[in-house]
Design a protein around this ligand. Structure first.
Ligand code: URA
Length: 441
């Protein structure tokens, strides 16, 4: 196999064979195929796409580039959840404890922030002492004890994806349906859960900007999961606005805890409950309606919060910050961002909010960047809200005052203020199962 020939074939719209895809991935992981050739292939796939069969083979080849986790040592149905990435998306910290409190087992490997989007592992590491790297024995023990454990991806989980993702990140080839599907599903299949719920974000803060592309991505991923024998479904959720009000690691944990205490923002509460109900449904806990009722019950009676506390303690974290979120370390500096016009917020460029948060230190500008867990943004106005000049639309938090000017400009520019009040769009647009798409709008 000559990589040159494969690039030329894909560039011309050809279909790669199973052998070609598998040899390409193993050659790349071994270092026999250089980055520049793989980058050219990624761009060819970006423009020419892949058939479902090619995407399925690519997913399997990437999944098998490392070890396949065996969760059979954990009793019960294991259910995983994966978001394609958003801004203010702390739903794992809400939905996973709810699912665990209702009897599902959540043994989950999560990622770090990527570009303008946040990552659950970074958020959890804002809890003093919390360990996101556990041995397999420790991981299983935490799931037995708390019903859930969230850790970082082990070094050998789909290593080809790590290499491909880093390359896609710098070659403008992230937002491709076959490449996202193979990236997400390779990790989910390798991580070993019986059921997989996908949260496919759509809108200005997501990698997929349109509903139709998001549904197509969801259908591709659901088919891959089901064909691999995992019960798989997807919700298409709104990322035209940041989820909740808090963006940034410790700030997002605080908002997730508020939500598990029944006093979180309505949008985060709704999406968290929908995801949890769907996780329970996939795990065979009853009809969707029943699963929703169970989810609401454990949210309101405190059992879900209890699971989060149990996980934090079992993973070495200081649970006193969860019991009293006022104890989280605060950023030394804050700044209010004033509205520049009178009217109603009609739109927020959500990706720009994510970038502003990264600029304050909450995410990584480069691979080596060290995250400032206390940095971030609290939004005070969201689409549909009235504003007048000098009202604060957001508070920025940082450890260096010099970071405020550029981030404030980015955030101000992200807001559109108009004369007419808009109606908020749905939070969940559709639910995708094998051979079925249910639309809610
Ligand atoms: N999340 C992933 O894990 N991979 C992608 O390609 C995009 C989002």
């Amino acid at each position: 196999m000559r990589m040159y020939d494969l690039i030329e074939k894909k560039r011309g719209g050809g279909v790669l064979t199973e052998q070609e895809i598998r040899e390409m991935i193993s050659g790349y992981v071994k270092g026999a195929i250089p980055d520049y050739q793989m980058a050219a292939m990624l761009m060819a796939v970006y423009f020419r796409g892949m058939t479902n069969e090619e995407t399925t083979i690519l997913t399997d080849a990437v999944a098998h580039s490392g070890s396949m986790v065996d969760l059979s040592g954990i009793e019960g149905i294991k259910v995983d959840k994966h978001s394609t990435g958003g801004v203010g998306d702390k739903t794992t910290l809400v939905a996973a404890p709810i699912a665990a409190a209702c009897g599902a087992k959540v043994a989950k490997m999560s990622g770090r922030g990527l570009g303008h989007t946040g990552g659950t592992v970074d958020k959890l590491e804002s809890i003093p002492g919390f360990r996101t790297s556990l041995s397999q024995e420790e991981f299983f023990a935490v799931v037995h004890q708390a019903g859930l454990s969230v850790i970082g991806q082990s070094g050998n989980l789909a290593p080809a994806d790590k290499m491909l993702y880093a390359l896609r990140d710098v070659t403008a080839t992230v937002d491709s349906i076959p490449l996202i599907a193979a990236s997400v599903m390779s990790k989910k299949l390798a991580a070993g859960s019986d059921c997989i719920l996908l949260d496919v974000k759509t809108g200005s803060g997501a990698f997929m900007k349109t509903l139709e592309d998001s549904i197509a991505l969801a259908q591709t991923m659901v088919a891959i999961g089901e064909n691999a024998g995992r019960r798989t479904a997807a919700l298409i959720t709104n990322m035209d606005i940041p989820l909740g009000c808090n963006i940034g690691n410790a700030l997002e944990v605080v908002e997730a805890v508020d939500t598990l205490q029944g006093k979180g923002p309505a949008d985060l509460t709704e999406v968290g409950l929908s995801l949890a109900a769907n996780m329970l449904y996939l795990a065979g806990k009853g009809t969707l309606e029943l699963c929703r009722q169970m989810a609401e019950q454990v949210l309101h009676n405190g059992e879900a919060l209890g699971r989060l506390v149990a996980m934090v303690e079992a993973q070495g974290g200081d649970s006193s910050v969860i019991r009293d979120t006022g104890k989280f370390a605060k950023a030394p500096y804050s700044m209010e961002v004033p509205a520049e016009a009178q009217g109603y917020v009609t739109a927020i460029d959500t990706e720009a909010c994510g970038i502003a948060s990264v600029m304050l230190g909450a995410g990584r500008e480069t691979v080596e960047s060290v995250i400032d867990f206390s940095a971030g943004i609290i939004l005070h106005r969201k689409p549909g809200d009235a504003v007048k000049p000098h009202d604060s639309i957001a508070t920025l938090y940082a450890s260096d005052e010099g970071l405020f000017a550029a981030a404030a400009k980015r955030l101000t520019d992200a807001y559109t203020i108009g004369k007419e009040q808009i109606r908020p769009r749905p939070l969940v647009f559709a639910r995708v199962e094998k051979d079925n798409v249910e639309r809610f709008s």
